[in-house]
Design a protein. Structure first.
Length: 295
């Protein structure tokens, strides 16, 4: 049955993650960024009756590579394992502060091609890491040799990252938390929305550093369960104010209540949430949150 193959896939993912953590025991080399997804995956592999997983396991692999005439450069591989991995390829984005936007795109597309040609259906995180270690440094010099870049050029090609975080919480009722969410978003110039109730949904968008600061504050509050369900990052060359405004799907951060019902008026109408997301061009997020197609 398919059930079994899903479980085999889950077991393969776990053994590969165990292998990575034994080979790279230090946090700075290998770190699982969503512990909850990992716990769910383990639970799922051991229990046939476990629910379908709600989020993919995500982790970071950092690789140091030598650059000719320069010192070591660190490349960071942000990885996510789709539920069907290794039947389908992992999602990997390689980044480094020394790569320009176009070099980064070039590098990632070549890595993907390599994986498609060599790793179908097999666990391939180690080969991906090896490939990055051996090849990534060459991309830094692909268009501009770093030596010919003057400092002012380096400053200008600084890439600003626009981020949108989709946060999921078991519930958001507490008035103080709701106030914090809105106040902090305002303070950090983030837009988006917060849907209180059960489940609670928060979306914030803006500069990457501001989104990360927002998340680090929110997660410190006490929650029954809270996690980043999905994250979108867009690199903006130059990244002025206008560029950032262009990326926004929401104008401010507001609290959205959709026809609350339920004993405490706390279960939101998910159909209305779906239509709201659809209007904003984010309908695909609905499925990531609730695992069903919206209507």
């Amino acid at each position: 049955t398919t059930k079994m193959t899903y479980q085999e896939e889950a077991e393969i993912q776990i053994s590969e993650l165990d292998l990575l953590s034994s080979m790279f025991p230090y946090e700075e080399e290998f770190a699982v960024t969503d512990q909850l997804a990992l716990a769910e995956l383990k639970h799922y592999a051991e229990n046939e009756s476990a629910e379908v997983l709600s989020s993919k396991v995500q982790f970071i692999l950092n690789v140091k590579a030598e650059v000719p005439n320069a010192s070591m450069v660190e490349f960071s591989m942000a990885c996510a394992l789709p539920f069907k991995y290794p039947t389908v390829l992992p999602e990997i984005t390689v980044r480094s502060s020394l790569l320009s936007r176009s070099q980064q795109i070039h590098l990632n597309s070549d890595l993907k091609t390599y994986l498609m040609q060599n790793c179908s259906g097999e666990p391939c995180m180690l080969s991906a890491r090896e490939w990055v270690k051996d090849h990534a440094a060459a991309y830094i010099d692909k268009e501009l040799s770093s030596s010919s870049m003057t400092t002012s050029d380096a400053m200008q090609s600084e890439v600003t990252t626009f981020t949108r975080l989709w946060i999921y919480s078991h519930h958001i009722y507490n008035k103080q938390k709701r106030k914090n969410i809105i106040d902090w978003a305002k303070e950090l110039s983030l837009s988006g929305f917060c849907m209180p109730g059960k489940p609670g949904v928060v979306c914030v968008e803006g500069l990457q550093s501001s989104c990360e600061e927002f998340w680090s504050r929110v997660r410190r509050l006490t929650w029954k369960r809270i996690l980043i369900r999905h994250r979108e990052d867009v690199s903006l060359e130059g990244g002025g104010h206008a560029e950032i405004q262009k990326q926004r799907k929401f104008s401010t951060l507001e609290e959205k209540c959709f026809d609350a019902h339920g004993a405490r008026g706390n279960h939101m109408n998910l159909g209305q949430l779906y239509h709201f997301l659809e209007e904003k061009g984010c309908a695909d997020i609905f499925q990531m949150y609730f695992g069903v197609e919206g209507h």
